[in-house]
Write a protein that binds this ligand. Structure first.
Ligand SMILES: NC(=O)c1ccc[n+]([C@@H]2O[C@H](COP(=O)([O-])OP(=O)(O)OC[C@H]3O[C@@H](n4cnc5c(N)ncnc54)[C@H](O)[C@@H]3O)[C@@H](O)[C@H]2O)c1
Length: 271
């Protein structure tokens, strides 16, 4: 998600600092952003000069301190509350007063990240969808601690990025994932209990509901580790059995079958 969001922001004219824990992975994210822009140039959707200008607005670093002058920091690390909380605590100590710290979490309680900082009024969720350059929606998540100014500023940021922002309260899953993940989880259940095959489930939902992708292909795009983390957070909050991850999902994660990012999930991407 990180490089996709960086691409969107840089295309909108923002100076972007992409930070990862290792310089090589920050550089790899810039390389993936460059690849995405090169494809758009090849297809005639973007001028070479514009692509060069976008790339010039992006820098890569492993040092958190290089974010010190940013007006908005958008965290998009793995979906783990403890990891996010300690990052928010560190960011708060480094960033200038008044900077907004936003999270791209899909489900976790934003207020718990906000209270890790000395600026809970300047913390909120800015939830992009995957792939960020292609998906028009951004969910703006308002924890009870956020100020109206913070919400208005991130709404403006999302709109300047060409996205369609909606506002939602800080409840697990927000709007989209609270509705989407029971559906995805139940698609895995149908496959696992032998009701239908992988291909027939995906074909059915594309042909019968006009969805652009079937649920099992979509799970591979989301990542099965991220999926389990999202379902666990939803289940913790609501205790609804539809959110209890179907066991095979956890087994696939244990086997390293994470979907597209690992080369194998419900489908094989290694060839
Ligand atoms: N995958 C999706 O479809 C999707 C969509 C919207 C939002 N999100 C959210 O975006 C965030 C990132 O998801 P992703 O799919 O890009 O995950 P990913 O696994 O592709 O990337 C996670 C990143 O976090 C880094 N990381 C891992 N452990 C870390 C630690 N201890 N400290 C700092 N960084 C660490 C990894 O190096 C990696 O760069 C999550 O909060 C997720 O819920 C994901």
């Amino acid at each position: 998600m990180g490089s996709g969001i960086a691409e969107v922001a840089a295309k909108a004219g923002y100076e972007v600092v992409l930070r990862s824990r290792k310089q090589e992975s920050a550089d790899a994210m810039v390389a993936s952003l460059e690849k995405s822009l090169a494809k758009q140039v090849e297809k005639g959707r973007l001028e070479q000069a514009e692509s060069d200008a976008v790339i010039a607005r992006v820098s890569a670093t492993e040092r958190l301190a290089d974010l010190a002058d940013c007006d908005l920091v958008l965290e998009s690390v793995l979906e783990d509350l403890d990891v996010k909380k300690s990052l928010f605590n560190e960011l708060d100590r480094i960033l200038k007063d008044g900077a907004i710290i936003a999270t791209n979490t899909s489900t976790l309680p934003v207020v718990e990240m906000a209270v890790e900082t000395g600026r809970p009024d300047r913390v909120c969720g800015v939830h992009f969808f995957n792939p960020a350059p292609a998906m028009s929606l951004v969910e703006i998540v308002r924890p009870i601690t956020a100020s109206d100014d913070t919400i208005n500023e991130v709404r403006e940021f999302a709109a300047k990025c060409g996205k369609n922002p909606v506002e939602v309260a800080d409840r697990a899953g927000f709007i989209v994932n609270a509705l989407l993940f029971p559906y995805l989880n139940n698609a895995v259940r149908l496959m696992e209990n032998g009701t239908a095959s992988r291909d027939d489930i995906d074909t059915a939902m594309k042909g019968g509901c006009n969805f652009p992708m079937g649920p099992l292909a979509l799970l591979d795009l989301v990542g099965l580790d991220t999926t389990v983390a999202i379902l666990d957070a939803l289940y913790d909050e609501f205790r609804d059995p539809n959110f209890a991850a179907v066991p095979v999902l956890r087994r696939m994660v244990a086997a390293g079958q994470l979907g597209r990012k690992s080369g194998k999930g419900f489908y094989d991407y290694s060839r």
